[in-house]
Ligand binder design. Structure first.
Ligand code: E4P
Length: 217
């Protein structure tokens, strides 16, 4: 399964990419608005750091505006993927941009019917938001299972990009269901590494080793 970082923060991206387990980046207008500097320049820098897809989202809500912004975002760097919202105009833009060979990530997906439409429109990625569904007392991971079933039934090639991951279990559940990608904020990726028994075990190994060196000396 691929792991993407859900951030526009270049320091966090560099730090996690250096470890060697990051496959791509997702951003959205809220995330990019937090970072200083020009958003196009920031996206370009991110593309130069990551050897994989980087999603940048349109802010236009009409078909024509999405097409203009989508083409412009795609020109920033060959790694760029255009993110469009799951609206009627967004699905229409997905179909048209995909037809031009531009990769599209359809975002703000909250139902299996929406995911079906994105796949039919040729989306490269569908982004179902699991955390935001959990926030309203609806099981976000059940949506992932439903999309996996639908896409498998028809061999859709659209990749399931589990978004709005809030904790490591979202990632583990996504992997068990066979989702293609989980995109996580840096803190969730950091949490994937942690286990208290690893920390305790390493401390003991090093202490025992140190003790043995003292005895031998
Ligand atoms: C996905 O691409 C979105 O940027 C993101 O996962 C949204 O997450 P949030 O619900 O934590 O804002």
């Amino acid at each position: 399964m691929k792991i993407f970082i859900d951030t526009g923060n270049i320091a966090d991206i560099q730090r996690l990419v250096d470890i060697g387990i990051i496959d791509g980046i997702t951003t959205n207008p809220s995330l990019l608005a937090k970072e200083p500097g020009d958003y196009r320049e920031n996206l370009k820098k991110i593309c130069e750091i990551v050897q994989g897809p980087v999603s940048g989202e349109v802010t236009a809500t009409d078909f024509g505006g999405m097409m203009t912004q989508g083409r412009d975002i795609a020109k920033i760097h060959p790694h760029m993927v255009v993110k469009v919202p799951l609206t009627r105009d967004g699905i229409k833009a997905c179909k048209a941009l995909s037809g031009e060979g531009i990769r599209v990530n359809v975002t703000l997906c909250f139902s299996p019917s929406q995911a079906l439409l994105a796949a039919k429109a040729g989306a490269t990625y569908i982004s179902p938001f699991v955390g935001r569904l959990d926030d309203i007392a609806t099981n976000g991971m059940e949506l992932i299972q439903e999309i996996v079933t639908i896409y498998d039934n028809y061999d859709f090639t659209t990749e399931i990009l589990v978004a709005s991951c809030r904790h490591p279990m979202h990632v583990v559940e996504a992997a068990k269901m066979g989702a293609d990608i989980a995109t996580c904020p840096p803190a969730v990726i950091d949490a994937l590494f942690n286990h208290p028994l690893t920390t305790i075990g390493l401390e003991k190994f090093l202490k025992d080793w140190e003790k043995a060196q003292t005895v031998k000396a």
